[in-house]
Structures are given as structure tokens and as C-alpha cells.
Design a binder for this molecule. Structure first.
Ligand code: SF4
Ligand code: SF4
Length: 56
């Protein structure tokens, strides 16, 4: 399952910068992950200061 960013995202952008496949983009209210592109590497979860990305 792809990673999903929760509502706790503070839009810092750290995850998007570290995603190896550029699956993360800035949405209207928070960052979001394209599930069709995510390779489930977990890098976004490791770098996020608020633990927003999680595997569902
Ligand atoms: Fe990108 Fe990896 Fe996070 Fe998927 S799990 S969005 S591939 S950093
Ligand atoms: Fe949001 Fe965390 Fe990504 Fe920052 S690193 S944009 S808080 S999901």
C-alpha cells in the first residue's frame, strides 16, 4: 500500500524534496502523495517532523 499524508502535515516540504520518485506534491491544504507513483520506500515518513506520512 502506498503512503498517505495525514491532516497533521504542516507543509514544510521536506518529504517532497526527499522522495526518490517525486510522488509528493503540494496540495491546496497540505502535501499529498500520488499512490500510483509511490514505491513505498518510507523516506517521507523518516524525514517528516510531525510523522504525517504513514502506510495505510
Ligand atoms: Fe516517496 Fe517513498 Fe514516501 Fe512513497 S514512501 S511518497 S516513494 S518518499
Ligand atoms: Fe507535510 Fe511532513 Fe511532508 Fe513536511 S515532511 S510536507 S509536514 S508530510
Amino acid at each position: 500500500m502506498a503512503y498517505v499524508i495525514s491532516d497533521s502535515c504542516i507543509s514544510c516540504g521536506a518529504c517532497a524534496a526527499g522522495c526518490p520518485v517525486e510522488a509528493i506534491s503540494e496540495g491546496e491544504t497540505q502535501y499529498q502523495i500520488n499512490p500510483d507513483v509511490c514505491i513505498e520506500c518510507g523516506a517521507c515518513a523518516d524525514v517528516c517532523p510531525v510523522g504525517a506520512p504513514a502506510q495505510e
